[in-house]
Ligand binder design. Structure first.
Ligand code: FAD
Ligand code: MLT
Ligand code: ZN
Length: 518
């Protein structure tokens, strides 16, 4: 059983709002460009069969004749929103095989979609049309681990959880953690520059990744698989592939710095009466927890309720959460159990003091199982939203002071359009990485419809731009947000990005129609 301490409630205040500029609307324009790419043919299948094992090829073309439903999982994204029509999935076992596939596709002008665990949330991991799917799932070996430096070198197709399991007996952890860890690949994490639940503590992959091996769009193998902490020899090319979402090449190997496993971890979920308490609480937690703070996650009442409703975990009793409008999950990771527990218990005493009015109630994990079940509430939200309906996902960076406002304004806007009803928009929820200034605004709808899309976009992007935020904090641009790129990047930057793309991939075969406006 989880131990819980009930405290008191405070009333919420009304939000303040300013309208966004109509000038921003101009940034929404986009044009479609034909890329002159070719479909995969039976002759191409014959070529791939000449050097790949039969088990590395799934194709509905003859003579493979794989049943179409075996390709369904590769053609459809995690949300069930984006659907490709690829007739071929290749699963190479070595970097050399990847290189031969890519070189051939470049010569034949065949579009390639690199695919990791296919957990991406912006439609980047599935074909727009019938591009060839290059799955990295068979490239899944650990190449080396140095227990002194903590540097791990692994194939791109290693599943994140498998790397966590490999490192545990060596007393190390991965510097990244996310709800999709059981499926996503380290190559996918790098290619999306995934953020996740502990970025607050261990920083971004732009810092943790020390080197990459990449198959370039012409098939050349770029060996940047450094295991050095420091290397100031000119341009740091690997950084371009971190977050490139497969548009510049195929990541085949990753060298990454892994932290030592903390000796003690603790987790606490706190219920707050209103948004007014979240920022003051965060300031206290940051100051008092200092170096041991490893996560400060946030969820509004609707997100919490949805997660509990759909069986993703249960923390506090209904009585204890009565009137609570926001919840935070605080995690500490440190080197001294007693010291950390004392710090946390002093913090809880302070924030639960009825005189501060900061926290309604809270629950502190008393065992590893309880620790997992508290995290399950937060990590289970994406799945719960998916169970509630079709998810419109906005993963944005904005000032934390605007976290409530963006949700209120979106809900009001949907209401004004008459869309807040059971057969249209069912839920508007928010959650995210408060400590990183990254909120996930999710709208669960009865179906994906042009009417709901038009109500939300560019409305949400304009709001984000009016806060000087980013339209993608961590999920990337993919296919879903290409038209919104201009809200967060100026024209000079976009033109430079296009030039880099042209230089690396002159034939435009790598993940076509993704990231850049088209
Ligand atoms: P995929 O989905 O297969 O691909 C994602 C993109 O990367 C695509 O554009 C693809 O072409 C490209 N790509 C994949 N592998 C390679 C490669 N080897 N070389 C070149 N390009 C490649 N994201 C976060 O940032 N933080 C979170 O907290 C988070 N939590 C999530 C929780 C859930 C339940 C789910 C479903 C998703 C979550 N995500 C999160 C989104 C997603 O899991 C991450 O973006 C993840 O990094 C994608 O990895 P993947 O292997 O599944 O990549
Ligand atoms: C999360 O923080 O849970 C992930 O980024 C996934 C999501 O936003 O749904
Ligand atoms: Zn997230």
């Amino acid at each position: 059983m989880l131990s819980a301490v009930a405290r008191r409630r405070v009333l919420a205040r009304a939000p303040v709002w300013r309208a966004s500029s109509s000038l921003l609307r101009q940034r929404w324009a986009s044009t479609t460009v034909s890329l002159n790419l070719n479909s995969v043919t039976e002759a191409d299948l014959a070529h791939f069969s000449s050097f790949l094992a039969p088990s590395s090829i799934l194709s509905t073309l003859s003579p493979s004749n794989t049943p179409a439903d075996e390709l369904t999982a590769f053609n459809n994204d995690w949300m069930g929103k984006y659907k490709g029509k690829s007739t071929m999935v290749l699963k190479p076992r070595t970097t050399e095989e990847v290189s031969r596939i890519v070189k051939y596709c470049n010569e034949k002008r065949i579009g390639i979609v690199p695919q990791g665990g296919n957990t991406g949330l912006v439609g980047g991991s599935v074909p727009v049309r019938d591009e060839l799917i290059l799955s990295l799932s068979n490239l899944n070996k650990i190449r080396s681990f140095d227990p002194v430096s903590g540097i791990l070198v692994a194939d791109a197709g290693c599943i994140l959880q498998s790397l966590v399991d490999y490192l545990a007996p060596h007393n190390h952890i991965m510097p990244i953690d996310l709800g999709a860890k059981g499926s996503c690949h380290i190559g996918g994490n790098v290619s999306t520059n995934a953020g996740g639940l502990r970025l607050l503590r261990y920083g971004s992959l732009h810092g943790a990744v020390l080197g990459l091996e990449v198959v370039m769009p012409d098939g050349t193998i770029l060996n940047q698989l450094s295991t050095l902490r420091k290397d100031n020899t000119g341009y740091d090319l690997k950084q371009l592939f971190i977050g490139a979402e497969g548009t510049l090449g195929v990541v085949t190997g990753v060298s990454i710095l892994t932290p030592v496993m903390p000796a003690a971890t603790n987790a606490v979920v706190l219920a707050l009466p209103s948004f007014d308490q979240v920022i003051p609480l965060y300031k206290i937690v940051k100051r008092d927890m200092g170096e041991i703070l490893s996560a400060f996650e946030y969820m509004d009442r609707n997100a919490y309720t949805l997660s509990v409703k759909h069986g993703q975990g249960k923390a506090l009793s209904e009585e204890e959460t009565e009137g609570a409008q926001y919840f935070v999950l605080i995690e500490t990771s440190g080197g001294n159990k007693e010291h950390d527990e004392e710090k946390l218990s002093n913090l809880l005493e302070k924030v639960m003091d009825p005189d501060t009015g900061l926290v309604t109630s809270g629950v502190l994990a008393q065992s590893p199982t309880q620790f997992e079940s508290l995290w399950a509430i937060r990590e289970g939200i994406p799945e719960a939203v998916g169970k509630a309906g079709k998810a419109y996902k906005y993963d944005v960076s904005i000032p934390v002071s605007k976290f409530k406002e963006i949700v209120d304004k979106t809900r009001e806007h949907l209401q004004s359009k008459g869309l807040l009803r059971e057969d249209a928009v069912k839920e508007v929820v928010s959650y995210g990485h408060f400590g990183d200034g990254n909120i996930h605004l999710n709208i669960a709808a009865a179906a994906y419809t042009p009417e709901i899309t038009a109500a939300l976009e560019p409305f949400v992007f304009e709001l984000v731009a009016s806060y000087n935020g980013s339209v993608s904090a961590e999920h990337g641009i993919g296919y879903a947000k290409t038209s919104a790129l201009g809200y967060s990047k100026d024209q000079t930057s976009i033109e430079l990005m296009k030039k880099i793309k042209k230089l690396f991939d002159p034939n435009g075969i790598m993940n076509p129609w993704k990231v850049l406006p088209h």
